[in-house]
Design a protein around this ligand. Structure first.
Ligand code: NDP
Length: 428
């Protein structure tokens, strides 16, 4: 990557940005022809979902400055919210100056559940399951031999009792967890096929009745962590010293740790970045969001997913961990042209590498949001694009968008009525 071509990327127009990415050796000239062909065809969309009517589009932008485990990335983000891409890029720039993100990606083990009820004898059922573990794993693997041939497959089995809860009037359940290595795939379909392949056998072994068989999106065996360490001289902002920004940012992190009302918003900010990359990469962002928010409660209380602390030498240290069971193949990744474009833009080679980039985006997003919140507030950054959106809502087009937006930013009431009045003035 030759980064010099990406200078002032945000000031370029659409065509100039594509040319810069080609000049920087990130895309090829084929991609220039392809961007118009990134739309889903009716035929493809009709085969992806039921009752297809039209395609609902989102803008796809590029976040810059990501240095993850020593490699530079341009990161695609599909999102409708203004300022998210700018904030991710700004956060990543400071973190790159501080050495970039270091990530740790766990083994990619996914979890499937078979829930059984009406078990005549729980002790006997558990003992039978443990005794026949090898046979159960073999049946699971026989149900999806191609993942085994690729080097993955079912690896382990765990049994959980869920006691009856008289207050909530729920019966007891015996839940069998199947651990599966799904390699480069997120694995929902692989696991569901395996689970359905073992359900009857589990009923036989336990004497119970299966209620359901489905993967769990609480992917606690597929975790991604990113860490960054930022010297205070990179943190100065307006009248705040670097030390003040560091300390206020740590306090913001502490507030999100203890207060669920704040933690949800803190984590929503992290997911602004994560969901946008997950979506751009063609992965299932509902699965990632559900798992992330559940993981935020793993201590028993809903808390912040990230932690910011002071290092012994006075630097600011940030750390983010969450489940990230994304795939580099499967689902719509291989068929959606925009997901394939995202893959070329990011240049990732494996699902683990994609996880490393995504968790880093979450941490950069969080850093930028907290830094803005504890200094000038987030509205200042938001208002530029918000003004443009208001100008467009008021009916502005072409050059009038910029003119209305500029005047709106100076006006006392930045709202639709003001935008309409300003547009009227400009047009008359
Ligand atoms: P697929 O069903 O597309 O399966 C992935 C396929 O990729 C495998 O069957 C495998 O084919 C192929 N493949 C090629 N190379 C590799 C490799 N190196 N490693 C692994 N697989 C490889 O997708 P998933 O099973 O990942 O399921 C994801 C989809 O399931 C998403 O669309 C998701 O939205 C959906 N889903 C999600 C649920 C949830 O989250 N609760 C529930 C149900 C569905 P081969 O057979 O040749 O080995």
């Amino acid at each position: 990557m030759d980064k010099t071509h990406l200078d002032k990327f945000y000031k370029k127009n659409h065509a100039e940005r594509m040319k810069a990415l080609i000049a920087a050796d990130i895309l090829t000239s084929d991609d220039l022809l392809l961007t118009d062909a990134l739309h889903l065809t009716d035929e493809l969309a009709d085969n992806m979902i039921e009752n297809h009517l039209a395609n609902y589009e989102l803008p796809l932008g590029a976040a810059l400055n990501f240095l993850v485990d020593g490699k530079e990335y341009v990161v695609p983000m599909a999102i409708e919210e203004p300022s998210v891409i700018a904030a991710a890029s700004a956060g990543a720039k400071i973190i790159a100056q501080a050495g970039g993100f270091k990530t740790t990606i766990s083994d990619r083990t996914m979890i499937g559940q078979v829930a059984l009820k009406d078990i005549p004898d729980l002790t006997v059922a558990k003992s039978n399951l443990v005794q026949h573990k090898k046979a159960i794993l073999k049946k699971a693997n026989d149900a999806h031999p191609s993942i085994v041939a690729r080097g993955g497959g079912a690896t382990d089995l765990f049994v959980r009792f869920i006691e009856a809860d008289n207050e909530a009037a729920t019966p007891e359940f015996l839940v069998v967890h199947l651990h599966v290595s799904t390699l480069e795939a997120m694995g929902a379909n692989i696991i569901n096929t395996m689970l359905e392949g073992i359900t009857a056998y589990l009923e036989e072994l336990t004497g119970g009745t299966a209620l359901m068989s489905i993967l769990s999106n609480y992917a606690t065996e597929c975790l991604a962590s990113a860490v960054c360490q930022i010297p205070v001289d990179l943190l100065k902002k307006n009248d705040y010293t670097g030390e003040e920004v560091r300390d206020r940012l740590i306090e913001a992190s502490q507030l999100a740790y203890v207060d669920p009302y704040r933690a949800v918003t803190h984590n929503k900010g992290i997911m602004n970045g994560i969901d946008a990359v997950v979506l751009a990469s063609g992965n299932d962002w509902r699965a990632i969001s559900a798992g992330a928010h559940a993981y935020a409660s793993h201590s028993g209380q809903y808390r912040s997913l990230s932690v910011w602390k002071k290092a012994d030498n006075g630097d600011l240290i940030g750390q983010l961990t969450l489940p990230l069971p994304v795939g580099s193949v499967g689902g719509s990744i291989s068929i959606h042209p925009a997901a394939q474009f995202s893959k070329r833009l990011m240049g990732y080679q494996s699902a683990k590498e994609l996880e490393a980039v995504i968790v880093s985006v979450g941490l950069a997003q969080n850093f930028s949001a907290l830094k803005a919140l504890v200094t000038e507030g987030i509205q200042k950054g938001h208002m530029g694009l918000q003004a443009r959106s208001l100008a467009i809502s008021a009916g502005a087009s072409g050059n009038a968008i910029e003119k209305v937006a500029e005047q709106l930013k100076q006006s006392k009431n930045m709202n639709l009525a003001t935008a309409k009045a300003l547009l009227q003035e400009i047009l008359t």
